[in-house]
Design a protein around this ligand. Sequence first.
Ligand code: PEP
Length: 266
Amino acid sequence: MSEPFRRKLVAGNWKMNTTRASAVELARGIAQLVPAGRTDVDVLVCPPFPYLYAVASAIEGSAVQLGAQDVYYEPPGAFTGEVAVNMLTDVGCRFVIVGHSERRHILCETDSVLRRKVAAAIVGGLEVIFCVGEHLAEREANQTEKILDSQMAGGLTGLAEADLEHVTIAYEPVWAIGTGRTATAQQADDVHLYLRKWLADRYNPRRVQSTRILYGGSVNPKNALELLSEPNVDGALVGGASLKVETFQPIIEAAAVATQGGGTKA
Ligand code: PEP
């Protein structure tokens, strides 16, 4: 049986960084790297809410996609401070990140909140990047699989088979996010294989072969090619290194090389 083809996706999570001017400059720089018609890699940028519209204009005409870092699950109404799904699609978002560890652990988002966000985003036409990942103490106590089981069930229970195509998983070990400490390529691939099996136990395994599973956690120009060359690492969710064209570009190029089978495992 031939290997499934999953084009690598490189997603930049800008978190609570940039100004309007620097966001537009960064977006323009990335758009130049990924012109319309470039098909060897998918690239996504997720700026802060206030800059989405300006960034949408800056990447117009390129192949760079736009995503938000969060969304609320209710339709527009009296929810002070929140942002609805249709507002995101209205400004050109195709993706949304749900369940980032900073939202789980700093903003205290629960499984039931995340499940509703996943469902509402898909109904409203967004592609969801659903994040999961264990703390260091949990990994050291051999609890990684247990934590991932509970986070996957927490966010995805009730997801219809037909909606699976709108979900990308991002494995982001909390101990690797913004710490400079990266999972080894083997650790990442092992977990991604586990997550794919988790999905295959619940959905048509053939469909699950097309689900992308990204790795996130201190991905940088030095480690990107090795991580992205793993067969089950279908892209990267990048924080710090996505904030400069000079550091994001090599990650994009590493993903393009790995998509074409030219990675370190070729
Ligand atoms: C992230 O924010 O999802 C992330 C992985 O951050 P960093 O690349 O900075 O570790």
